[in-house]
Design a protein around this ligand. Structure first.
Ligand code: GDP
Ligand code: IMO
Ligand code: MG
Length: 427
């Protein structure tokens, strides 16, 4: 059985949680490979409705081992809350494994996230405030504390003492705020360690064993392609790679083992936080989509900015991820609109371009060039066969398929697991 990476193809919140939950029933292993509790993956299934931040969205499938990979930064308090919440709601989490190599979010990361945003003033990035950027910065600066460190209390104390000395110097001397207490953080993280110890282990071997048993392995991306620090709208990005390539590093799996890369696109675009969104609709259509779709952040509750489907961005996303197939989610949100637009090029400094510029200054100047298609104006939420979609909806999907240049495997017409049309096989 193969490895399928499920990747956010736009600015995040494309519906990755729904897709993973749907596919996980057949999977031996699901690995979350990037981000942290900045992610919010909504799953609606027979257990109820859940917003998952750290737990892989395969957690509801009891025969599936769910791994929080080395590429994730873990806030232990948030993870413990999430485990408790699921257990209270009747979901068994004994199938969870946490990579001993995953870096931890520490109290100073959360504090610094807020202080850095304040420092940026009018140029704030609009982060989720979860300490993600500072935690990934520490990982590469080699100041990180990892899940495995929780298993050795003496070593943890030594490591924390060294790192906290440095962090306290920054907190007090640069930002003029109070130093954090070594003892308090140490005691707190020892408690987290005791609670999480049963789950923390070397995890790459779990994936290897599943592949040897020929089981399906899913890599669950967080965020979306245009929040990637290299290929996204830098510096308005997150701090770990949501791309398919990030899946290899963040799960500890070779690129040669990945068989399919499944994009998740919304039928339109949304973005939460600051930064360019070339097709943003600052008008009543944008407001209509936001209210119709309840486009408010799963993690922060902030309103999401909404716009038409951007095929220039989508093509770029396909290129750098190497999508072998795509899911289009939230098609039903467009059900009542009389006319739809797809961005097929940009107008930049009087020239027409068909590529996604790397600079935010250029992106800010890009004016979308739209193609218009008729809407279908009938409900699609109960449709389960592609052929039963109204002809205008099929026309819209066919056009997207051509523009993004990869086959559309799945179409989602509602948030629930069953509200899915299997158009073509993923494998
Ligand atoms: P993720 O971060 O990629 O997992 O996506 P989020 O969970 O943050 O946001 C996706 C939202 O769309 C959630 O509220 C889902 O329940 C919802 N959703 C997913 N697919 C569909 C769909 O096809 N139609 C509708 N109406 N909602 C959907
Ligand atoms: P999922 O997995 C949408 C955005 C934030 C902000 C930027 C940087 O649910 O798709 P950070 O806290 O990561 O430093 O914030 O990235 N962002 C997301 N937007 N979906 C997400 O995750 C996001 N995770 C981070 O809003 O603009
Ligand atoms: Mg989300």
């Amino acid at each position: 059985m193969p490895v399928i990476a499920v990747i956010g193809a736009q600015w995040g919140d494309e519906g990755k949680g729904k897709v993973i939950d749907l596919l996980a029933e057949k999977a031996g292993v699901v690995v979350r490979f990037s981000g942290g509790d900045n992610a919010g993956h909504t799953v609606i299934n027979p257990f109820g409705e859940f917003a998952l931040h750290l737990l892989p969205s395969g957690i509801f499938s009891s025969q599936t081992i769910c791994i929080i990979g080395n590429g994730v930064v873990i806030n232990p308090a948030a993870l413990i809350d999430e485990i408790d919440l699921l257990n209270q709601r009747g979901v068994d989490t004994s199938n969870l494994a946490i990579s001993d190599r995953a870096n931890l979010i520490m109290p100073y990361h959360i504090l610094l996230d807020g202080l850095e945003e304040k420092w940026r003033g009018g140029k704030a990035l609009g982060t989720t405030g979860k300490g993600i950027g500072p935690a990934f910065a520490d990982k590469v600066a080699r100041y990180g504390i990892r899940a495995g460190d929780l298993l050795d209390k003496e070593a943890l104390l030594e490591r924390l003492r060294q790192v906290l000395d440095y962090k306290n110097a920054i907190l007090t001397k640069v930002y003029g705020v109070e130093a954090l207490s070594l003892d308090e953080i140490y005691q707190q993280y020892c408690q987290y360690g005791e609670r999480l110890a049963p789950y923390i282990r070397e995890t790459t071997v779990i994936v290897e064993e599943a592949l040897n048993r020929e089981e399906l392995v899913l890599l669950e991306g967080a965020q979306g392609t245009f929040l990637d620090p290299d290929f996204g709208t830098y510096p308005y990005t997150t701090s770990s790679s949501p791309l398919a390539g990030g899946g290899c590093l963040g799960a500890g799996i070779s690129p040669t083992r990945i068989n399919r890369i499944l994009a998740v696109f919304k039928a339109y675009c949304t973005r939460v936080g600051e930064g360019p969104l070339p097709t943003e609709l600052k008008d009543e259509t944008g407001d209509f989509i936001r209210e119709q779709a309840h486009e408010y952040g799963t993690t922060t509750g902030r309103p999401r900015r909404c716009g038409w489907f951007d095929a220039v961005a989508a093509r770029f996303s396909t290129r750098i991820n190497g999508f072998t197939g795509a899911t289009i989610t939230r098609l039903d949100i467009l059900d009542t609109l009389p006319r739809l637009k797809i961005c097929v090029g940009y107008q930049l400094d009087g020239k027409t371009i068909d590529y996604f510029p790397s600079s935010i200054a250029a992106l800010d100047k890009c004016q979308p060039i739209y193609e218009e298609l008729p809407g279908w104006q009938v409900p699609t939420t109960d449709i389960r066969e592609y052929e039963q979609l109204p002809p205008q909806a099929r026309q819209y999907i066919d056009r997207l398929e051509k523009l993004i240049s990869c086959p559309i495997n799945l179409i989602s017409v509602g948030p629930e697991r069953g509200q899915t049309i299997f158009k073509t096989p993923i494998l």
